[in-house]
Design a protein around this ligand. Sequence first.
Ligand code: BES
Ligand code: MN
Ligand code: ZN
Length: 486
Amino acid sequence: MEIEFVVADAPLPEKAVLAIVVFEGEAAGLEGGAYARAVGAARFTGAKGQILDVLAPESSLAARLLLVGAGKADAFDEMAAETAAAAAYGAVKASGLTTLRVKLPAASAALSARAGLGVRLAAYRFDAYRTKEPAEKKPSLVKAQITAETPDVALDAFAPLAALADAVTFSRDLVSEPPNVLYPAEFARRVKELERLGLEVEVLGEPEMMKLGMGSLLGVGQGSVRESQLAVIRWNGAKDKDAQPIAFVGKGVCFDTGGISLKPADGMEHMKTDMGGAAAVAGLMHVLAGRKAKVNAVGILGIVENMPDGNAQRPGDVVTSMSGQTIEIINTDAEGRLVLADAIWYCQERFKPKFMVDLATLTGAIIIALGDDVAGLFSNNDELSENLLAASKTEAEPLWRMPMPAHYDKNIDSVIADMKNTGGRPGGSITAAMFIQRFVNGVPWAHLDIAGAAWKKPSTVPTIPDGATGFGVRLLNRMVAEHYEE
Ligand code: BES
Ligand code: MN
Ligand code: ZN
């Protein structure tokens, strides 16, 4: 999808949809009352989320005319511009027309640029495996023209947002790929390709991880014929290349069958998305490089496949993590925390980061607690939490901070080892977070449980088509931009 910025009265190209974004209460008076009859007959007020298709008069240069409600004028912010443009795209994407003109009622560079982002995100589609889709069902729009008071200033403002859209697309693609295609080595290979953006990427295989003593991560992958991987992505954008980095760690379980504690068949295909945390971290590193963020950042991805097999890990096994702590495996389906335990330890030992944020599709229990849209935030640090929560609000990637009552920690004590990998059903997301915390060595740390948020079907947000959401990329990018850049 190509995005352009044009002045409001720029001539329309052929085969164009004109989407006029209207403030609430201003629809009837629009363009001298030209749409008053249509608006009245449809109870269109311009409220947020309303869309009205208007027959384009023969005299109109537009092939199709759309009114898009933007809500109250005084509440028209960047998010409202983004949403209106995305909704317009969604309404006409397969109309057969090729250009979408979005005419904004207020078109500062910031508002126009965000509208451009809205269209880019709404136009995401994972098409790789459709071979027989009829042409009339395929999206036809190839270009969006967003009106702007000063198009060249809007284009400049759009540059970092285009980098963000590219990164969200990268992240969504990883999650959308089927698990026979995106196995650990292939995931690592795609991450390695990010070196073209100026990132440094190292990939560790099983022999290297064995040497480091990562028995916890390796135990998860031992039932798979696919080799486990650890990807280390670095972006050194700060003036001082040796300045202490910030760090992000992702759970990358390319497929989670549950292992010997096998999951039920129903819905198991969804477990291809169990690498959504690692995909979000990869997406974050993508955007930091894409917009040349002035920060030193590290992304660590623990990438494995959790399979049942003659060689698979058993319930009852005891593994030794890189930290030296031993773990009794109670349930092989509680594998994400085992992967994170070693990835997090490695991260803090090697990089001594300012803070660590991990992202993981960790527990079904977080979906029971918070539903599909809201991710759980667990942290040992109030400042980091506040920064994450603020960024989450601005980017509409909702987070809710969960409690970590210290005495719950005993639920993961083991009779024969330092700890066990499950703490029972009550507060399952909390004891999972407390398990991870046992591998945090005093560093400010936050854990985002994105089990619900990584995938949406059906989606209710115009910027997030059904399927992979890319959750986390936007909010982390915002947090870095607002708090941790020079
Ligand atoms: N990958 C799952 C969590 C999950 C569930 C992600 C639904 C996305 C949607 C995780 O590895 C898992 O299986 N967790 C178990 C933990 C339990 C065995 C303690 C769970 O939530 O049931
Ligand atoms: Mn599992
Ligand atoms: Zn899992």
